[in-house]
Design a protein around this ligand. Structure first.
Ligand SMILES: Nc1ncnc2c1ncn2[C@@H]1O[C@H](COP(=O)(O)OP(=O)(O)O)[C@@H](O)[C@H]1O
Ligand SMILES: [Mg+2]
Length: 434
């Protein structure tokens, strides 16, 4: 048996349209059922936020703080969850967002973020990997039809969850990139000094080569997984191939490693990746000086999807795009399972309605094996009898939850359920204001 990971409790205060919510969760399927604009997506967003420290929707984090909260002296939002990992290990996760008090009237107030794992302050980087989630969204279509940045962000979110060195390298890379770009801009006004650039090149290559090599390895793994998944989803009519496009040529991993999931870091051609990165930087030096920005590196990578040799980013129908996105997400689940040894938590936001019958069936089959899944829908008819018979159905109504046929599931109007490690006081100000 695989170790299971699951949430046992979720508590929200002033998060989106939830003034106060407390939800006990069990392994298995939870269906959030409700009309539009009731808070289904918001609840899934909260779980994703706890897993990744970023929202799949919000551009600014202050959007996460409940509007009604801005009349309070210190507007804040809090998301907390209790999870069990590796069978018996309890983890308590918390993120508090606090709006800077002096900026209540400011058009775009600053927000500070405090993250705690088991009560101890942590960086966002250390939160990643505590809770592994795979999120299915209607917007997954953007992975196929959207800009390259969407695909990079997707890889980053997935890989940061399963590889802490990836997350660290990424954050380092982005810092170095910013400084290197500033220096390149600087050289427009003064003489170019190769020695100054050298330091930044070294740091850029060090962090960047790991990102590139890790992405390359992930795409190799994805291809192995997706071959079967996509063939099944299309009744063997289509063969999907994912191609990684870094900004410099890569030497692939040795052919004999192409057979199994390449889980060992030794398979990554890190040294040759560094060498190639360096070579390309040298070749692009004059152009980078001309453009006054960094033109080589993982911040300009892309992915391509080919079905039977045809570039899907250009030629896919919407239906094909949807199936490719679904294949990717299903492969991501298996990748996470293989990398972490645990079943990831599945979050499905209203995706059934977008799919035709065979693909709905495929997704329903996937739910059978999920250790825990939280699924939102406007329409229970989209689910098979089998799924419905095993699911707990919760109604979502204007930021409150109601258990089907029974009393409310959250503490808004019900008596406070016993919650040992979760602070639950509504309108409770965070202990540390900035
Ligand atoms: N910061 C916020 N404060 C209060 N309400 C919000 C905030 N952000 C979004 N909302 C509202 O939450 C409601 C529910 O959104 P959502 O979860 O997307 O609904 P559903 O997925 O059930 O259709 C929307 O009406 C939206 O306007
Ligand atoms: Mg929604």
């Amino acid at each position: 048996m695989r170790a299971t990971m699951h949430l046992t409790k979720l508590a929200l205060t002033n998060f989106r349209n939830y003034a106060h919510l407390e939800l006990d969760l069990a392994p298995g399927l939870t269906l959030l059922h409700g009309n539009n604009a009731q808070g289904k997506t918001n609840l899934l967003e909260a779980v994703f936020y706890l897993a990744t420290a970023r929202s799949p929707h919000a551009n600014a984090e202050r959007e996460l703080i409940r509007w009604g909260a801005s009349s309070e002296p210190i507007p804040f939002a809090r998301v907390q969850a209790q999870a069990i990992r590796r069978g018996d290990e309890h983890v308590h996760l918390e993120i508090v967002l606090v709006q800077a008090p002096d900026e209540n009237q400011h058009p775009s107030p600053r927000v500070s973020k405090r993250i705690k794992v088991n009560g101890v302050n942590k960086r966002a980087l250390d939160l990643l990997g505590q809770l592994n989630v795979v999120l299915f969204l209607p917007e997954d279509l953007d992975l196929v039809f959207g800009a390259p940045g969407e695909r990079r962000r997707y890889l980053d979110t997935t890989l940061s969850q399963i590889d802490s060195k990836y997350g660290r390298s990424l954050s380092q890379y982005n810092q170095v990139l910013e400084q290197r770009n500033a220096l390149l801009r600087d050289f427009r006004d003064r003489a170019f000094n190769p020695f100054e650039l050298e330091t930044w090149d070294r740091k850029l290559v060090e962090a960047g080569a790991y990102i590139v090599a890790r992405r390359a390895r992930a795409v190799t793994d994805y291809n192995r997984l997706v071959a079967d998944i996509h063939a099944r989803l299309t009744e063997r009519r289509e063969q999907l191939q994912i191609v990684y496009q870094p900004t410099f040529a890569l030497e692939g991993p040795p052919a004999e490693h192409q057979m199994a999931l390449s889980l060992e870091p030794a398979f990554m051609p890190l040294e040759s990746t560094q060498a190639q990165f360096n070579r390309q930087l040298e070749q692009m030096r004059q152009r980078e000086l001309g453009a006054a920005m960094t033109l080589v590196g993982p911040h300009r990578d892309d992915l391509r999807f080919f079905v039977d040799g045809v570039d899907m980013i250009t030629y896919a129908s919407r239906g094909q795009g949807r199936t490719i996105a679904l294949s990717l997400k299903m492969a991501e689940m298996e990748l996470m399972r293989a990398e972490t040894g645990e079943e990831p938590l599945l979050l499905l936001d209203d995706v059934m309605s977008e799919l035709d019958k065979p693909r709905r069936q495929a997704l329903s089959n996937l739910l059978k094996n999920a250790s825990q899944a939280i699924i939102s829908t406007t329409d229970l008819d989209h689910f098979t009898e089998d799924v419905l018979s095993r699911a707990r159905v919760v109604r979502v109504i204007e930021g409150r939850l109601e258990e089907n046929g029974t009393s409310p599931a959250n503490g808004a109007s019900a008596p406070e359920p016993a919650a040992p490690a979760v602070e639950t006081t509504a309108a409770h100000e965070p202990e540390q204001a900035p």
